[in-house]
Design a protein around this ligand. Structure first.
Ligand SMILES: Cc1cc2nc3c(=O)[nH]c(=O)nc-3n(C[C@H](O)[C@H](O)[C@H](O)COP(=O)(O)O)c2cc1C
Length: 198
C-alpha cells in the first residue's frame, strides 16, 4: 500500500492543510511518497504544449517532449499509489494555481482517462482519495466552495474508487480548534472503515 501526499498551500509554516495531511498520513501508517507543489513547483505549460499534453500528442517540439516526460512521471506516481491525500488551501473560492497545474499535467486522454460509448472512464486505479481543504470563512461543501467539489470530480473522473472530504475550514478562528475538529473527522472516518473491514 502506498500513499501519495500532495501539498499545495503557499504557507510552509502555520498551514492548516499541511498540518492535517501530515496527521492523516501518520494515521494511515503506510509508506508515503510526498509531492510538494510549493517547495518544488511544476514548470508552467505554454498554451500550445497544454493542448499537446492533454491529447498526448507526439510531436518533435523539445518543449512538448519535456512536458510529456514530466507528465508521464506524475501519472506513474499517481498510478502507483493506493491512496491519494490532497492538501488544499482554498484561494479565491477555488484551488491553488499550482494544484491546477498538477491536474493539467495528470489529466491525459488515453493515459489517465479515456472516452467510451458510456462516457469518460478513469484509468488511474487509485483506491481512495482524501481531500483536505483548508479555508477561512467559506464553508466546505457550501455554494461558494469551488475547490473541494471540483477536486472530488477530478478524482472520480480519473478513476478513484472512494473519495472522502476532510473539512479544515475556519482558519479565521482559533487554529487549535480547527485542527482538533479536522483530526476528529479523520479519527472517526478511519475507525468506521476499520469496523467495516473487520
Ligand atoms: C490568496 C488567498 C485567497 C484566499 N481565498 C479564500 C477564500 O476564497 N475563502 C476562504 O474561506 N478563505 C480564503 N483564504 C484563506 C485561506 O483559505 C485560509 O487561510 C486557509 O487556512 C489556507 O490554507 P493553509 O492554512 O493550509 O495555508 C485565502 C487566502 C489567500 C492567501
Amino acid at each position: 500500500m502506498t500513499v501519495l501526499r500532495i501539498d499545495s498551500s503557499a504557507r510552509l509554516e502555520g498551514s492548516n492543510s499541511r498540518a492535517i495531511t501530515g496527521y492523516l498520513v501518520q494515521q494511515l501508517g503506510e509508506p508515503v511518497v510526498e509531492r510538494d507543489l510549493v517547495k518544488e513547483p511544476l514548470p508552467p505549460i505554454s498554451p500550445q504544449d497544454l493542448v499537446g499534453v492533454h491529447g498526448s500528442l507526439q510531436d518533435d517540439r523539445a518543449s512538448l517532449r519535456h512536458h510529456l516526460a514530466l507528465s508521464n512521471e506524475l501519472v506513474a506516481e499517481l498510478k502507483q499509489a493506493d491512496t491519494l491525500v490532497l492538501g488544499v488551501a482554498m484561494y479565491n473560492f477555488s484551488v491553488p494555481a499550482y494544484l491546477k497545474q498538477w491536474i493539467d499535467y495528470v489529466c491525459r486522454a488515453g493515459v489517465s482517462f479515456r472516452y467510451t460509448e458510456n462516457g469518460p472512464e478513469g484509468l488511474i486505479g487509485v483506491q481512495r482519495a482524501f481531500i483536505v481543504t483548508a479555508s477561512g470563512g467559506t464553508p466546505i461543501g457550501g455554494d461558494w466552495d469551488f475547490a473541494s467539489c471540483y477536486l472530488e470530480h477530478i478524482c472520480r473522473f480519473l478513476g478513484v474508487n472512494e473519495v472522502f472530504q476532510i473539512d479544515v475550514s475556519g482558519s479565521k478562528g482559533a487554529p487549535e480548534q480547527v485542527l482538533a475538529a479536522a483530526r476528529r473527522q479523520i479519527d472517526e472516518l478511519l475507525a468506521q472503515r476499520e469496523l467495516e473491514s473487520a
